[in-house]
Design a protein around this ligand. Sequence first.
Ligand SMILES: Nc1ncnc2c1ncn2[C@@H]1O[C@H](COP(=O)(O)OP(=O)(O)OP(=O)(O)O)[C@@H](O)[C@H]1O
Ligand SMILES: [Mg+2]
Length: 254
Amino acid sequence: MALNQSRPLLVVEDLHVTVGEHEVLRGINLTINEGETHVLLGPNGGGKTTLLNTVVGLPGYRITQGRITFKGTDLAELEIDERARLGIGVAFQRPPAVRGIKLRQLIEVAAGDGAHEELLADLIGDLTLKKMIDRDVNMGFSGGEMKRSEMAQLLAQSPELTLFDEPESGVDLDNIAVVGKAMNRLLKAERIGKGTRSGLIVTHTGHILEYVNADIGHVLYDGKLACKGNPLDLIGEIGKHGYDKCVECALCQM
Ligand SMILES: Nc1ncnc2c1ncn2[C@@H]1O[C@H](COP(=O)(O)OP(=O)(O)OP(=O)(O)O)[C@@H](O)[C@H]1O
Ligand SMILES: [Mg+2]
């Protein structure tokens, strides 16, 4: 963990986001500094995916108030591909299938100048991609295969900030360890030997936190970040009392 590094990487200020007719986010404030990994908890339909997809720049998420900056740049100015080039990566909750593009090609594009046979061989080995590498991306992949495919693309991209939307959902116990190891590499930038990385992990169960160290947890409730604290303590409180009580408890006063 690198909490001594305090340069803000992602800054979300008073963010209001409408999806369709529905105002999902109603005043989110969040700062992720360089080297920090944060955890985002919250009930189904609360807006966790909405927050991640808004940062990434997917269409359909309308910012009506507030702003998001990344490395000091206002993201409203940037298209989705420009955000990726600036250093934002995402592992989607439900990754889209891409007909006509092989996983191998997508990994090569994600790696850019860093694309080489050694990297590809490494990823195929580490993430057991052999069965998928020459198939269309996510077409017919199982839930666990999709998550491993996401990790491979991210490791090739090596973003400064990675957003993980429920990385362990649908993944069996053996593969959670594989996904967790890949997440650690992303967050520590072991593979590429570059500077410290940051992350935001959405999880319901916290199982992935057995493999990945996280610094700070937040609870997204009623359109806002209602609570902040040690991620494992928060998960414990939610398990005991549910979300309604969790956001009233002493931890929220931290
Ligand atoms: N295209 C859309 N049109 C209308 N409502 C939408 C659309 N996309 C998302 N929503 C709504 O926005 C709300 C927030 O959804 P979101 O996916 O962000 O929740 P979440 O916190 O990620 O939930 P989960 O834990 O189930 O993944 C939900 O009520 C959802 O139905
Ligand atoms: Mg979600």
